[in-house]
Structure formats: structure tokens, C-alpha cells
Write a protein that binds this ligand. Structure first.
Ligand SMILES: Nc1ncnc2c1ncn2[C@@H]1O[C@H](COP(=O)(O)OP(=O)(O)OP(=O)(O)O)[C@@H](O)[C@H]1O
Ligand SMILES: [Mg+2]
Length: 513
């Protein structure tokens, strides 16, 4: 469907003069956005630049300041009094940054949430119809699972698909409306991202419109038709994606070119051993043995479901070990729980940033310094000034965008929340630091910065075991990478580490098994 060359391009959604202040601080400042029918439109910007806020305004869950206008197709609407029911009726569908899915309910039940359950003539939920419809939707989005499967049993990529299916289930024949996705791929490894993007491309090719947020610029270039960039709450530009490079996007997002210099790898294997794992079993792990050297950044590569996260959690005393030994600083340890691991100097930054790792309701500062409280007591006086200075220091170094550090941590944007968790653990100078997807949702400017800070911690003696789904990032950030495959370590890759080689080794597993 091509419009005549001189016909005005119609918008499926257009917002203008959109502003939003939180406690007097502008999160959005006079922003315009127009989305055309059938396009994939990427919304980009650094952490805290206002992307999720814009999406929440569209969804009717956050009120805009007066003066904003919204057009949907030919309808001009008033954003005053906009709410989630109106957004729904207008055909807007959302998958938010932390989609509310229920892991202990079945796929069918999850999908049934948010829409009227199909009822039979007796007025009871028609499970047969629900299961049939769910099976169709699962097939459409290439999820290989039964409607009755518990959501918790699915891998992350499929959970995301279920959240998307739930949002779009009644939109199959619609041509108006927009599917809005806030960082749908943040939690997915590269191989899975491609799979999800395929689903999105097919969905758009069928005439649907998608607005989505991502920090992965290669992915944006491969899927988006147009791109809008926000910086500090203002719109910088809307541009066609064709012909753009990642460097162009970085400049638009950050405002200047940045050299994404990762710290130089160090040659650690000759150094003392900090941690040894030998014959470890439990969950998906069949027999895992390796050594982590002092001051080393050791990468752990593997497919999703290979047991990478379980291994980290075992080392933190948070997942049952059925056999094998863990030796820390020459002594065998068997942690009964995370608190024992923490006292032994082991720190863990989990993948699920908000849920597992932050103290909701407490300030950013308290979250950042949590666990270090005893170090601020001097002669029974709590040294607030020191705490305040350390917190300010961390905010500066991690490029955390926050009004004041006394604001509650749940008011932070997703990526900034992740930085707070990292800052807290890094400043504790742990002996062993376990990092699971530490830069998930973190913007391009802060990524290399975070690895520089990790590297600084290693110079102070911390040893790091790192799981990251992006092979490019692994190759840059690690001194050495081990590959977990079929429950065993199958390769030990030393510098020069090449991303494509890691991808090969990891995917080899699938073919061989
Ligand atoms: N409820 C709130 N109260 C106060 N400030 C808030 C609240 N929600 C968001 N903010 C602030 O608004 C700004 C924009 O946040 P937003 O979540 O829109 O960023 P984002 O672009 O989605 O970032 P990210 O990439 O990290 O997800 C941030 O500075 C954030 O701290
Ligand atoms: Mg966000």
C-alpha cells in the first residue's frame, strides 16, 4: 500500500506539546511524536531521558501537563482526562518495561488477563475456547508450548512473547491502533532477540504499527523504519532509519560521539586462584569445574537455559547444590544461604533488577549504601556526610540520572535502577562479584563506564564472574570466557576473544545436543 507521492503521510498516532513534570522536574519537555501506519518506530534515548514516561502518558497511567494534544488517526483527543480505558478503546496496546506476568499461572490464564474471559452459555469461563485461542496465538508468535504450561516454565524470550500476545490478542484484524513495547528485548540474549524481532517484523508486515524502546542499536537499525530520539526529556530528532549507522544513533542519543572504549583485558590466569569449582552438580548443571583467578573478569557464556544463572546462584548460596565442591580463598565452602555468602565476601547482582535487588520505598541513597551501613558508624555516630558524599560520587560516576538522591528508588528509570544496584555492590569491594546481565537496560553511554568500574574493582582485588548475553560485550569486558554447554564447561577462550567465536561455541551446543 503506497500513498501517492504528494499525498500527506497520515499518522496513526500523533502527540504534540507533551510535557510532564515530577515534583517540578521536567521528565518530558514539549515533546512531539508522530507514528505512521504500518511502521516500526523506535523510541531511543539515554537512561532517564523520558521514554517510559512518554509511554505511560500514552497508556493513560501518568497524567501529562496541560496543553498537550493527541491525535489518533483522524480523531483529535484531549489528553486531559485521558486514562487507560480510553487508551484501550483507541486501540493502543502496551507491554511495559516490567510486564506484569504471573509465573505461577498457565500461559492461557496469563493471556486471559486483561480481556474478558470467553464465557460459555452458562456464563462460566469457556476453557476450551480459551485454550483454542491461546494455541492459535502461540503458533502465530512461534512459541512452542502448550496453553496449559505454567509461564514460569518458559524461557525469558517466550515469556516476553506471551506478554506481547496478551496485549495484541484482539487486534488481529485491526488496522488502527499501535502496539507499544518498552524494552521488550532487554532481557534476551542475542540469539533470542533475532527470533523476537522476526515476530515483530511479521506483525508489522501484516499492517500493524509498532512503537518500541530499546538500547540495542544494532537491533534498532535492523528492525525500525524510523527513529525518534529523546535527550533529557526533549525530542532531538525523528529520522529515517535507512542509511543510519550505530555511530549516528550514538551521537543523536548522547549529543556527541563517544568512543566506546572498553578497558584492556588483563592477563590474569597466572595469578592466584580466588575461587575453584569442582564437579558441581544441581539443576541443569551436570559436572562443572573451573577456576576464577584473583583480579580476573571471567565470562560465562552459554545459551539461555544452559544453567548460567543457576551457577551464579549456587555460588551465592541461593540455589541447591547436589554435589561437588566450591573453594573460596583456599577453603571449601558450602553456603546455606546468601547471607553466609555475603559474609564470606561474595556479592551477586541478579538479572531481575527491580524485583530482587532494590529496597522499594527507600531512597536512592539508602539503596546505594545499603549493606555498608556499619561502615558509616563512627563512635556511635552515623556519619551522614560520608554517606551523602559516597552517594553523590556514585551518581556522578555511574551517570545516574536522578533529581535528588533522597527520592524513593522506585521513581528511577529502569536503567538508572540497575546502576544503583551495581554501585551498591561494587563499593563493597567484594572478594568475588557475580554479575548476571549487569548492563541490561543500561544506555550506551554508561555501558563502557560500568565495565571500567568493574575493572577498577578487579584492580583492588575483586574477582568477577560475568554473564552477559551480548557476545560483543563479553568479548570486550572479559579476560577469559568459559562456555557452559549441556551442563558442563566445554571451552576456555583466552585473548584475543572474538565475539563470533563465542557465538559459534555457544550455538555448537544446540547442534551437538
Ligand atoms: N514516579 C516518579 N517520580 C519522580 N520522578 C520520576 C518518576 N518516574 C520517573 N521519574 C523520573 O523521570 C525521568 C524519566 O524517567 P523514564 O522512566 O521516563 O526514563 P527512560 O527514558 O524510560 O529511562 P530508561 O532507559 O532507564 O528506562 C527520570 O529522571 C526519572 O527519575
Ligand atoms: Mg524506561
Amino acid at each position: 500500500m503506497t500513498a501517492p507521492a504528494d499525498a500527506p503521510v497520515t499518522s496513526v498516532l500523533r502527540v504534540s506539546h507533551l510535557s510532564k513534570a515530577y515534583n517540578g522536574v521536567l521528565a518530558l519537555d514539549d515533546v512531539d511524536l508522530d507514528v505512521r501506519p504500518g511502521e516500526v518506530h523506535a523510541l531511543l534515548g539515554g537512561n532517564g531521558s523520558g521514554k517510559s514516561t512518554l509511554i505511560k502518558v500514552l497508556a493513560g497511567v501518568v497524567d501529562a501537563e496541560d496543553g498537550a494534544a493527541l491525535e489518533l488517526g483522524d480523531d483529535r483527543l484531549d489528553l486531559g482526562g485521558w486514562n487507560s480505558d480510553k487508551a484501550y478503546d483507541a486501540g493502543l496496546r502496551f507491554v511495559h518495561q516490567q510486564p506484569a506476568v504471573f509465573l505461577d499461572l498457565s500461559i492461557a490464564e496469563n493471556i486471559a488477563f486483561g480481556t474478558p474471559f470467553p464465557k460459555n452459555r452458562a456464563g462460566k469461563i469457556d476453557w476450551k475456547a480459551l485454550n483454542r485461542r491461546t494455541a492459535e496465538l502461540l503458533a502465530l508468535f512461534q512459541v512452542d508450548a502448550d496453553p496449559s504450561t505454567l509461564l514460569g516454565a518458559l524461557r525469558a524470550a517466550d515469556r516476553t512473547r506471551v506478554a506481547i500476545i496478551r496485549a495484541v490478542q484482539d487486534r488481529e484484524d485491526a488496522t488502527s491502533g499501535v502496539l507499544v513495547l518498552d524494552e521488550p528485548t532487554a532481557a534476551l540474549p542475542a540469539s533470542e532477540v533475532e527470533h523476537l524481532l522476526d515476530s515483530l517484523r511479521r506483525y508489522a508486515a501484516a499492517g500493524q504499527t509498532i512503537l518500541y524502546v530499546s538500547h540495542r542499536l544494532d537491533e534498532v537499525l535492523s528492525v525500525a523504519d524510523r527513529v525518534t530520539v529523546l535527550r533529557d526529556g526533549r525530542k532531538v530528532a525523528t529520522v529515517d532509519a535507512e542509511g543510519l549507522t550505530e555511530g549516528d544513533l550514538v551521537e543523536l542519543i548522547v549529543g556527541r560521539p563517544i568512543d566506546r572504549m572498553f578497558p584492556e583485558p588483563t592477563d590474569a590466569p597466572d595469578r592466584e586462584v580466588a575461587l575453584t569449582v569442582s564437579g558441581l552438580r544441581g539443576g541443569p548443571l551436570k559436572d562443572v569445574s573451573f577456576a576464577l583467578h584473583q583480579g580476573e573478569v571471567l565470562g560465562l557464556a552459554g545459551l539461555l537455559g544452559s544453567g548460567r544463572s543457576e551457577l551464579l546462584r549456587m555460588l551465592f548460596g541461593a540455589y541447591p547444590v547436589s554435589a561437588g565442591t566450591i573453594t573460596l580463598g583456599g577453603r571449601e565452602v558450602r553456603f546455606a544461604g546468601p547471607s553466609e555468602a555475603m559474609s564470606a565476601g561474595v556479592a551477586y547482582v541478579p538479572e531481575e533488577r527491580q524485583a530482587d535487588a532494590l529496597f522499594q520505598g527507600q531512597s536512592v541513597r539508602a539503596n546505594m549504601t545499603a549493606g555498608a551501613a556499619s561502615s558509616y558508624f563512627s563512635k556511635l555516630l552515623f556519619r551522614h556526610d560520608d554517606e551523602k558524599r559516597d552517594s553523590a560520587d556514585a551518581i556522578r560516576r555511574f551517570l545516574i540520572r536522578v533529581g535528588t538522591d533522597t527520592q524513593p528508588v522506585e521513581t528511577l528509570s529502569g536503567g538508572n535502577a540497575q546502576k544503583v544496584v551495581l554501585a551498591r555492590w561494587l563499593r563493597r569491594r567484594p572478594t568475588v562479584l557475580l554479575l548476571d546481565e549487569p548492563t541490561q537496560g543500561v544506555d550506551i553511554a554508561a555501558r563502557a563506564e560500568i565495565y571500567a568500574l568493574v575493572r577498577e574493582a578487579t584492580r583492588q582485588g575483586t574477582s568477577v564472574l560475568l554473564v552477559a548475553s551480548d557476545p560483543e560485550e563479553m568479548a570486550h569486558a572479559c579476560d577469559r570466557v568459559i562456555v557452559l554447554r549441556n551442563g558442563r564447561i566445554t571451552a576456555d577462550v583466552r585473548p584475543p576473544i572474538e565475539a563470533h567465536r563465542l557465538t559459534e561455541l555457544v550455538n555448537l551446543a544446540e547442534k551437538a545436543s
